[in-house]
Ligand binder design. Structure first.
Ligand code: CP
Length: 315
């Protein structure tokens, strides 16, 4: 099986078969990462440009490592030090970089739709590494991989997404991905941070946190974007924690085998307490580890790679 699209712009519209293909391929690449020399020549001769117009630690380093592990040549772009500071447009920036003969663009940008715009302007394959409040598909895929590893299945899992749903690209991609694979999604957070058009997502909205978390297999805790407080969307960090924070006391209301996820960076002591984030219930660092394998798989599949029969290698 091949990917239907040569871009990965979001998880909306990506089929269950394609998601399973990505997850299976990522599991296979994860075995490469566990070798003494964690590198295969899969994408030798291909060039990837990582265009990061917004800050990132996990996604940027994870893409860079993924590219090195599959032997692609990679180049990193950040706004600081670039001609964007002289007023160069996104289109001109991307077209000029493409003129240097590249095959993939990984883009993070504050504007929702920036990856879709590049997909229309360029011949290169585009991978969305987070666009505004729209989508962050590779984050959701690494979350799905982590859950599949933990539970052995995705269908039927009950996942509660807690926090700022309205502004979260992680929430949006996870909602699309989780629903496609047959999980049940509940959302919960301050009324000001629930999307106005929430019914179109086809998820259960829980007004009370205890109702959302008590029956969930998984709590996906979102980062509170601190600038939202300045805009009056919640009164104070202390009040946020007392109403919506995942504390040790709240963890005790959950199932005994509940799994705690967070995309990072964590506001410790606000949306998630340290003694929960660092507990045995947390798979937060497993998520980060799986990010490299997922991004190797995505680049491989978008380059036209196929599913490998069981036991066959990516060499
Ligand atoms: N999860 C995530 O996107 O983290 P970064 O912003 O550090 O890339």
């Amino acid at each position: 099986m091949l990917m239907q699209n040569r871009h990965l712009l979001g998880l909306e519209g990506v089929s269950n078969d394609e998601i399973q293909l990505i997850l299976d391929t990522a599991s296979s690449f994860k075995t490469v990462l566990e070798r003494p020399i964690p590198k295969v020549p899969t994408l030798r001769g291909k060039t990837v440009v990582n265009l990061f117009f917004e800050p990132s630690t996990r996604t940027r380093i994870s893409f860079e490592l993924a590219e090195k592990r599959i032997s692609a040549d990679s180049v990193n772009f950040t706004t600081s030090g670039s001609s964007v500071l002289k007023g160069e447009t996104l289109k001109d920036t991307a077209k000029n970089i493409e003129a240097m003969k590249i095959n993939f663009v990984v883009i993070r940008h504050a504007a929702a739709g920036a990856p879709h715009f590049l997909a229309r302007c360029l011949d290169a394959s585009i991978v969305n590494a987070g666009d505004g409040t729209h989508e962050h598909p590779t984050q959701a895929l690494l979350d799905l991989m982590t859950l599949k590893e933990r539970f052995g299945k995705l269908r039927g899992l009950k996942v509660a997404i807690v926090g700022d749903i309205a502004h979260s690209r992680v929430a949006r991609s996870n909602i699309h991905g989780l629903k496609t694979v047959g999980a049940h999604v509940g959302i919960c957070g301050p009324a000001t941070l629930i999307p106005r058009d929430v019914e179109k997502f086809g998820v259960t909205v829980y007004p009370k946190l205890n109702d959302a978390i008590s029956d969930a297999n998984v709590l996906l805790v979102l980062r509170i974007q601190l600038e939202r407080q300045k805009k009056g969307m919640f009164p104070s960090l202390r009040e946020y924690r007392s109403l919506w924070g995942i504390t040790r006391e709240r963890l005790e209301q959950c199932k005994r085998d509940v799994v705690i996820m967070h995309p990072g960076p964590i506001n410790r002591g606000v949306e998630l307490d340290s003694d929960v984030a660092d507990s045995g219930f947390s798979v937060i660092l497993n998520q980060v580890t799986n990010g490299v394998a997922v991004r190797m798989a995505i680049l491989y599949l978008l380059a036209g790679g196929r599913a490998k029969p069981e036991g066959e290698d990516h060499d």
